[in-house]
Ligand binder design. Structure first.
Ligand SMILES: NC(=O)c1ccc[n+]([C@@H]2O[C@H](COP(=O)([O-])OP(=O)(O)OC[C@H]3O[C@@H](n4cnc5c(N)ncnc54)[C@H](O)[C@@H]3O)[C@@H](O)[C@H]2O)c1
Length: 381
């Protein structure tokens, strides 16, 4: 068993999800690698209490990421900090020779992303990936397999999205995710967009051009100090463009949506693919359902709905008959990262987002900002 000693930089919402996956590693079967949590870094000291109570393996706690990166105890880093810090901390981690799972959007903008990718090129022995967990749901994996098998025939249309509803409440206080300086110009696209693009990009479906409609809906929010503060970021994004199917070079329309103000959607990730021979739909709203329509000319056109088994890329103790959820997808993502780190690129059934895929995401969102500004269709560079 190979133990990978991890440090977390940014111990907030997502830092805790990783730590919890580490604690639940006994859930995984047949893996020859396991993560161990040895170091923590956060600017907020009160956040360490929960970790201290649950992770006796932690040997270093600091508010300075440089100290964590200087520690020979740390082999790999999970970095989950506000977007304005991605380039600085990711580059420092890579230059310190630490393997890295970084959070999306992997740089606050395209220039920041380019700096990270340059550091990766200069340190080829460091394994770097970006976080995105939804594609590890068994229903999504079935769509990926169908695409790789060519089951869809000619692709007619692809729709991918991630929708939240928590910002519907205008009384919700402002946090860093609503401030351009910390979250970036992309707004909701930077928050949610990489999740929607992971599968399309993996299958080679990148829009070649984009018409974006971006909306700012709630313009100010309580600042937590009794006053109001401007809410600067885009709340909702609808991106529409032509993508090319690399299997046959044919063009199809693709819609990518990222919404923070979507009535009733708690964390709804979806992927719909329509083709001449088959169509499939998955939504995390119904996490075990997969809708499929297979069509042969002259035959019936009937959707079927299947309860998908707990049949994830990496084997676990959970029986096939049970349901798969968010925590399971995080665990699977971490299994993909750790196995690929130890056994080399391509050694996993489905891998985490690659640095090149984050760059493709930035190309799309940069073009989307231009499209919104000029009220026009923008070709991707
Ligand atoms: N994969 C997912 O599903 C998912 C979900 C939410 C957020 N995210 C991403 O994760 C990242 C963090 O988001 P979050 O929701 O966990 O945010 P968060 O605000 O809950 O946590 C961020 C943490 O970073 C700490 N921090 C800030 N500046 C720091 C510094 N200089 N050094 C060390 N720590 C510092 C903060 O104190 C905070 O605890 C973002 O990139 C976000 O887009 C991913």
């Amino acid at each position: 068993m190979r133990t990978l000693r991890f440090g977390i930089v940014g111990c907030g919402l997502m830092g805790r999800e990783f730590a919890s996956a580490v604690a639940r590693w006994c859930h995984m079967l047949d893996l020859d690698v396991r993560p161990e949590l040895v170091a923590l870094c956060d600017a907020n000291p009160s956040i360490f209490e929960w970790y201290r109570a649950n992770f006796p393996s932690v040997r270093l706690v600091t508010d300075d990421y440089r100290k964590l990166l200087a520690s020979p105890e740390v082999e790999a880093v999970y970095c989950a900090v506000p977007h304005n810090l991605h380039a600085e901390i990711y580059v420092a981690a890579i230059e310190a020779g630490k393997h890295l799972l970084g959070e999306k959007p992997f740089g606050i903008d395209r220039a920041a992303n380019a700096k990270i990718l340059e550091a990766i090129r200069a340190h080829p022995k460091v394994f770097v990936r970006c976080s995105s967990e939804f594609p590890f749901f068994p229903g999504v994996q079935r769509i990926v397999k169908a695409a790789l098998d060519g089951r869809f025939g000619t692709i007619l249309e692809v729709e991918a999205g991630l929708h939240h509803c928590s910002d519907m409440d205008p009384r919700k206080p402002l946090n860093w995710k609503r401030v351009v300086k910390f979250n970036g110009e992309y707004g909701c696209m930077g928050d949610l967009g990489m999740h929607t693009l992971h599968v399309p990009l993996r299958l080679g479906w990148l829009p070649r051009d984009v018409r974006a409609i971006l909306s700012k809906i709630v313009t100010e929010r309580p600042d937590g100090k009794g006053g109001m503060a401007p809410c600067e970021t885009w709340d909702n994004a609808i991106l529409f463009g032509n993508a090319i199917d690399p299997r046959n070079g044919r063009t199809f329309p693709m819609t990518v949506t990222a919404k923070r103000i979507s009535p009733g959607d708690a964390n709804t990730w979806y992927l719909n693919v329509r083709g001449t021979r088959a169509s499939m739909e998955f939504s995390s709203r119904y996490p075990k359902s997969l809708r499929t329509l297979d069509y042969a000319p002259g035959g019936a056109q009937a959707w079927s709905e299947e309860d998908v088994n707990y049949d994830a890329p990496f084997k676990t103790i959970t029986g096939g008959i049970f349901e798969f959820g968010f925590g399971d997808s995080i665990l699977q993502m971490w299994a993909a990262f750790c196995v690929e780190l130890v056994h080399g690129p391509g050694s996993v059934p489905f891998g985490c987002v690659t640095p090149e895929e984050t760059a493709a995401q930035h190309a799309l969102f940069t073009a989307a900002l231009e499209s919104q500004k000029t009220n026009s269709v923008v070709c991707l560079e």
